[in-house]
Every structure is written in C-alpha cells, then in structure tokens.
Design a protein around this ligand. Sequence first.
Ligand SMILES: NC(=O)C1=CN([C@@H]2O[C@H](COP(=O)(O)OP(=O)(O)OC[C@H]3O[C@@H](n4cnc5c(N)ncnc54)[C@H](OP(=O)(O)O)[C@@H]3O)[C@@H](O)[C@H]2O)C=CC1
Length: 812
Amino acid sequence: MASQGPVNPSHATFDLFVQAQTCKDVKHHFTQLCRQLEIDPEDFGSFYAKLKERLNYWKAKALWTKLDKRASHEDYQQGKVCTKNKCLVLGAGPCGLRVAIELSLLGAQVVLLEKRETFSRNNVLHLWPYTIYDLRELGAKKFYGKFCSGSLDHISIRQLQLILLKVALLLGVEVHTGVEFQGLIEPSGENGWMAKLQPRSHPAAAFQFDVFISAGGGRFVPDGFKHKELRGKLAIGITANFINRHTAAETQVEEISGVARIYNQKFFQELLNETGIDLENIVYYKDDTHYFVMTAKKKSLLKKGVIKQDHNDAEQLLAPANVDYEALCNYACDAADFSTGGRLPDLQFAQNHAGQRDVAMFDFTCMHRAENASLVKERRGKKLLIGLVGDCLVEPFWPLGTGIARGFLAAFDAAWMVRSWGNGVPHLKVLAERESLYQLLSQTTPENTSKKYAAYSIDPRTRYQRVNLSSIQTHQVQHLYDVEKTHPSFKKQKESSLHMHSAGGSEELLKWCQKHTAGYKNVNVKDFTRSWRSGLALCALIHHFRPDLIDMSSLDESNCVHNNQLAFSILEKELGIPPVMSPNSLANTDHIDKLTMVLYLTQIQSGFALPKKEPTGFQPSSKSLSFSRTQSAVFFLSKLKHNSLQRRKVCPLSLEFTTLASPVSSELDPVAEVAPEPDTPALMTNSEECYFCGERVYLLERISAEGKFFHRTCFTCARCNITLRLGGYTFDQDTGDSYVHLSLNFNFSCFVFLTFFFLSMISPQGNFTVSYTLKSWQMDTMLSPLIHYALVTQSSVASSFWLTGSVSAGLA
Ligand SMILES: NC(=O)C1=CN([C@@H]2O[C@H](COP(=O)(O)OP(=O)(O)OC[C@H]3O[C@@H](n4cnc5c(N)ncnc54)[C@H](OP(=O)(O)O)[C@@H]3O)[C@@H](O)[C@H]2O)C=CC1
C-alpha cells in the first residue's frame, strides 16, 4: 500500500522540520515553511499566531496545544509585558535557547547569535525531574520521540539544542548561526546599543537592543563582569563518546547513573588491578552515543602514559602537548569496557565537531562563576540590561549533573528579571532582585526545589522553596549600575557611595537626619551620639517618612527606654533593620558608639530611600515588598562569611573540609564537588538570638562562628568552660554541636601527624592505612596537618577517612 504522507506541501515541510537532525536542516525547513505559508519570520509579534492559523495540520495542532498552554501563563500577561523590549541573546547552547524562548513568550523581540554552524556536542546531560517536565511541556516528545522514555533522565546536548531551537523558531525567535559576537557598541547619534559582529556586515549588526543576555558558555565573560575562581582539589575529568548502533546487545547493557569510589570500593579496586586505571567515579549514559564521563587520578594517568610529564600546575599538566592522545583514547576505552563488563561489543569512538575521536580530558580543579548575574549600563541616556545565564554564569561540575538544571533555573530567573525591566521596575530594584536570586542558585538541588513541577514558571516563587527577592538591597547593587561619568545619576551615585564610605559621608548623613527631623518638638540632632539618647529623634525620622506608623504626640521625652524600644521595633518590623543595641543601652550608656549609630542610621536612610509602591504589573508577595527580618544580618554575615571563604581559597585544605563536611546529594564522590559558593549567605536562622543562652544579642556585643551568633561571654568550652577565642575552638558534633577548645589535643595531633609522615617515608607509594578511632570533633581538631599532608600525597586516603570517621591500620 502506498504510504499516506501529507499532500499539502507545508505539512510535509513541517514534518521535515520536526524530524530534522541537524541545525542546518532545521533552519532550512523552517525557512521553507515560512515561504510556503507566506509568513515573514521577522514579524515576531504575530509570527506564531499566523503560523497556527495558516498551518492547519493535525500533527502541528498537538504542538500548538502545548505551546498555547505555556504562553497562556499569567506571568507573560498575554505576551504583552515586554513588547517594547528588544533582546539580544548570545549563544545557542541549551541555556541561551531556553532563555530566548521565555523572552519571546514575554512578547519581546529576540535575536539569538551563535558562532557555531553545527550542533555537534554528543555529551549527555543529566536532567532533574523538573527539566524533564519542562521540556515535555514544550513538546520535546514531538521532536524527539525517545525523549526521556521510561526511566531515562538524560539527553545529549545536541538533541536538546535541536528541540529548543525548533521551539524558539516557532515562537518567533530570530536565530543566526555562524556569527560571532565581539562586543557591545555604545549608543551614538540616533542609535541605541548594538553589537559588534563577525562578519561585520551581518544583518544582525543593525539590531538595536535594550537587553543583552549572555549564554556564551564556560569561559565567556562579557565586558563589565568578573569571574571568581573556585579552586578545589585536583580533579581531572574525561569524557568519551562511542558510536551507538542501537543493536539488541547494546540495548541490554545497563547504564551507570553514577558510581563513586566511596560507595563501591571493590569495583574501583578491580578496575585498578585489571587495567591500571584509577578513577574516583564514572557515569555511563546511552543516548545518540554511548557516553562516559569519569574523574581520573593523576597518578594512574601518568602511569598509563596519558599525561607525559607531571606538573603541579593543572594547566601545564593538561596542556595538549603534555597529553598522549592515543593513550587517552585507550584509557577511556578500557574504562568503558571494564565498567560495562565488556558487553558493549565494538567500542568505536564517535566523532566530535572537528571530525576526531570524541574523547576529551578536562581540568575541574578550578571552576569559574560570575561575581554577579546582572548589570545595567547607561550611555547617552540609553539603558542596557545585561544578564548572564548557563555556564557563563556558573560553571558546573559535569559528573554531578547540575549543569543544565541550574542553567535552566538561571534562564528563568533572567527572564523574570527582563519581565520586571519590561514592567518598568526601577533598574536598581531589578538588579537587586536578580542578585538576590543568584545567591540561591548554587544551593539548589532536586530535593530543595519545589516538587510542583506543573506550577513552575519564570516566577522564582514557583521554583525555590525559600525565596526572598529582597535579600540584597538596592544600595548593595549600586556598583552594578554603570553610567557615564558626566551623567547626573553618576554624580548622585558617587555622592551616595562617598556618603556611605567616607568621613564626609557621615556629615551628609547628619545633614539628612537634621533635614528630616527638623521642626519636631524636643528633637535637635547635632551628632550621632547624645542627640539620639531620648529616642525622639529616631521616632521623628520614622514619623517624617511614615506618619502612619507613629503618634509623636503620645511620646514623652523622659521615657527614653520606651521611645527607643518603639523606634527599634518599628524599624525592625517595617524595614527589617535589627537594632544594634538594647533600648536601655542607648538611653543610659555613658558612651554611645558613633560608628554603630552611623551604621544604623545609614541603613535607615537606605530603607526609606526605596520606592514605596511597585509599578503596575509587578506584583511581588507582601513579603518581598518589605525588607526581610534578617536582611541586615545577611549583609553583615555574608561579609563575614565571604571573608572567611576568601581565606579558604588560599588554603585548599579548608576548602576540602567544607566540602566533606557538607555531603552533596549526588551519588557521586563528594571529593570531586567544588566548595560551597563564596557568596552563599550563611543560614540566618535566629541570627538575632544568642545561640547559647537564647537571649537577644545586639550587634555590638555579638560574635559569630560557624554561622551562629552569640554573646562573647557565652562562647565557652563545653568541656572545661573556659572562654573560647575565635580560631581557637572546634565543633563537637557528638555532643550536640557544642564548641570545644583546641589546645588540649595539640600533642596528640602532632603524634598522629608524625606517625603518618613516618609511614609515608617508608612506603612512598602510599600503600598503607593508619588507624585511630576518633570522634569527629577530634578529627576536625587534630587531623588538619595530617590531611593537608595526605592531600598532597594521598588524596584517596584523605577522602576516605573523612567519610568513614575513622582510619584503619597497618602497612598493606
Ligand atoms: N562538551 C560538553 O559536554 C559541554 C557541556 N556543556 C553543558 O551545557 C549546558 C549549558 O551550556 P550553556 O551555558 O548553554 O553553554 P554552551 O557552552 O552549551 O553554549 C554556548 C554557545 O555560545 C557560543 N559562543 C561563545 N562565545 C560566542 C561568541 N562570542 N559569539 C557567538 N557565539 C558564542 C559557544 O560556542 P563555542 O563553544 O564554540 O565557544 C556555544 O556554542 C551545561 O549543562 C553544561 O554543563 C557546556 C559546554 C560544553
């Protein structure tokens, strides 16, 4: 019987478009389809509607139903939020395409640039459940029938790009491949922001935009952004792709969703014994290819001749000239063969974009993340909102499979930012919200994000379980607003930062206080100390800005403690600014600390400087309209935390501690995970209560350690009760997280260290293990030097005793 293909040419073209397996074919069939249906793809505003109307084909209808459902979400306000916005997206990786889709659903004109002509990445990405749901709802199954069938939770980058490219095109995104973005061109004459492109004559070079989203991948840092390095223990990743012929034998081979040394020592020992290959972990996924990713140990790579010369510097170590490509292919092939029990009959490498065997070795020792996720530039009165997404924002550690899930979360967050921009939210507020969300990103796991996948949208509150859109305040993102020096707002910005940081600033602050308390009875602000004692000046400030909150006529100048208490409570409740001292101290202390008052008043000034009302269309929850209770604590603590992490960066040992102390949810070896993100705020629970006595602790009298606040006097050793010094304590997990002091154990620590040192001298290959049964607090205290030493020589030993909590003994 003759096949019953579609008779309508546009239907046939649509089928070809849906099935196309290369970027070139997708674009070709799309152009063809537009021609046949006589729709201009550049007519982005009505493109999708016209397509639906003119392509009356049952196969297409199922797809329209899905896309219509997504487009009807209230966040997009019927595609009208961003109709005035023009967005340039850089990079057609999964994250660039995903954000482009969202921006077009918001009604913006979206132009996407990609320097590659082809989608050639075989590597397979792990998908969190929400990403699977998200992609299904975009019609992934229609484009790729095998998408996450059964229990599969992964997809090759190439297939993912193809799916997203098709959706993006259907929604009116203008996609240009083979064009390189070389920088921004500032507005001049009548022109707004434009891009410098290669080739220069490319039509997209004429595109003027007010939003620029960079999804340019790992090491691409757009002008104005800074990347931080996260340096961990040396971790060498190897990826390899083998041809999948989809035979019955291949189908039966089980995937390895992640096996790590710590969970299956036997497997890795056998691998080492039989092949000389020494790995920390390995993953095997089946997709278009047989994909393997593994973390290999340097020693075995040297032994097997993959790395020619040893170097301490990871860059030198993995430089192409120092890698034997043939040996690398054999190494990857043997590891793949062993881990699949030799059941993949003919392991033949797939080809990469350069036509070579698809095997690669990477350095995960140092990964990058951007210091901030957003910026606003303003030149000649024209503002440009810039956002980062994907690897460009945070480089993931691939074997942990967080990349695409966090990549999509950031894409949604970026779209939410553009939505606020389109809604006319003031630029500093847009930036502050984006940076508040960015703080959450690196902590996200499938467990701590919402399980209501159907409710996921670009609104962060549908995805993150605990979200505070104003954890970063506008005055904290002033530096992310880059305006030309002659512009009046630059002067204002400068003044305000001077005001914040210089001695002259306190004069400005004083003037501000005087101005806004002038005329109030019994209030005469002359300084930052005595003038505030009665509490009336504080109450007057509040009354000036929010007369509804305080009744000045009911206050009595002599009732200082009451007045202070009232002002403190209102400021805390309404602006989220916790008091810096007790009402009694302010009323009765002989010497009021000037700096503390400057700090407190600066926060009050910033709090009142924020707009009271949200522009139309922007409807954050009532929670996000006011400051969070712990906002100021966040500010302080994140600084403390940041400083301590800066120190960790210098000391790889501490970095290792942090990593191992907080196990990741992945099945993979936590030793390979990077350190917690430097800007991650510490847990803020009860930050205003003393951890030990439960009483309120004010800024002046408090100290903090391990993310907890307490009175100086309460910080005593749980064993001998002596007062502890910061840096001279350790944490005793066994006795309910109490603190104990360090010095008791110093001698024993030296003893352990020397034993280890001695054993390593007589067995330089490290074929020994050492046994002391230690409590975890003792390990914290005593084994630091030992671990430091072991990390340099014996990484696996170090990692295993952290995880088991004891070390076993003797020479092997
Ligand atoms: N090989 C692998 O396995 C890789 C996996 N990933 C994974 O993909 C996911 C998301 O990646 P994503 O953030 O979208 O980044 P991607 O690296 O997938 O995509 C970025 C794209 O932008 C292109 N690009 C970079 N600079 C420019 C420029 N100046 N002009 C035009 N195009 C440019 C890149 O080309 P080019 O690459 O040629 O620079 C690349 O095609 C993550 O999960 C990540 O882990 C990402 C990268 C590699």
